[in-house]
Design a binder for this molecule. Structure first.
Ligand SMILES: CC(C)(COP(=O)(O)OP(=O)(O)OC[C@H]1O[C@@H](n2cnc3c(N)ncnc32)[C@H](O)[C@@H]1OP(=O)(O)O)[C@@H](O)C(=O)NCCC(=O)NCCS
Length: 202
């Protein structure tokens, strides 16, 4: 099938949230607003020209995406100032409403700030998140999105990028290995590897 790869738009937010939910939750219980505040909105509002979506040509639905911040230090500073407070207050709102799936959503509040890991952000200043709906995985679309992303960063003279993934995400790690990313850092929880941070110089 001839899928469309195009730059993101703010109207893609809903579909992207559905893709994240399908890839990372066992059932559709994640709150869309929390997903948007944590993983989507800042990227597609701040730099839509550096984010790409995979659009189905018949349904026009977004079935995969890659979002990007070209300058992670600036991204994290803006996230802490603007988006994290909103994320926290959305979570508090759900808690006050005794939202049925509160515990499943709590993980959206927990994350490592990249600038605290000690990786050399001068070499890998950009970062990305990528997901493809299960029905469209392993068909070359992730590779197509990653190539569009890398080409764009090269054009913009960005020297490298990094990303974080669960240390147990074997299919993701295999994908990144195929695309020549190196392991830069591992975070641990209770003595066990939790997050692998990978990077690539361009
Ligand atoms: C990881 C992901 C983005 C890769 O995109 P994709 O379109 O599936 O990958 P491609 O078809 O371009 O590349 C295929 C390669 O990716 C890896 N891969 C993708 N799906 C896989 C699967 N189900 N099992 C094992 N390896 C897989 C393999 O290395 C595979 O190469 P192979 O078929 O020669 O073994 C996509 O599978 C995905 O969204 N997975 C679920 C969520 C996720 O892990 N996101 C990344 C979090 S950081």
């Amino acid at each position: 099938m001839q899928m469309i790869i195009r730059e993101s738009r703010q109207t893609d937010e809903h579909d992207i949230a559905e893709v994240i939910m399908a890839c990372h939750w066992e059932s559709p219980v994640a709150d869309h607003e929390l997903l948007a505040l944590r993983w989507i909105r800042q990227f597609i509002v701040t730099e839509p020209q550096n984010c790409y979506v995979l659009e189905h040509p018949d349904t026009r639905k977004v079935v995969g995406y890659i979002v990007c911040a070209t300058d992670t230090i600036a991204y994290e500073s803006e996230f802490d100032k603007t988006y994290f407070p909103k994320l926290k207050s959305r979570f508090d709102e759900l808690e006050a409403q005794a939202f049925e799936y509160l515990e499943e959503n709590r993980k959206l509040l927990l994350f490592t700030r990249i600038h605290e890991t000690g990786i050399n952000l001068a070499n890998y200043p950009a970062h990305l998140h990528i997901n493809i709906l299960p029905a469209y995985q392993r068909s070359g679309y992730g590779s197509m999105l990653l190539s569009a992303y890398e080409e764009n960063l090269r054009k913009r003279r960005v020297p490298g990028y990094h990303l974080g993934t669960a240390a147990g995400n074997t299919k993701g790690l295999s994908f990144y290995n195929k695309h020549s990313l190196d392991l830069l850092h591992t975070t641990y929880e209770d003595g066990k590897p939790a997050i692998s941070i990978l990077g690539k110089r361009l």
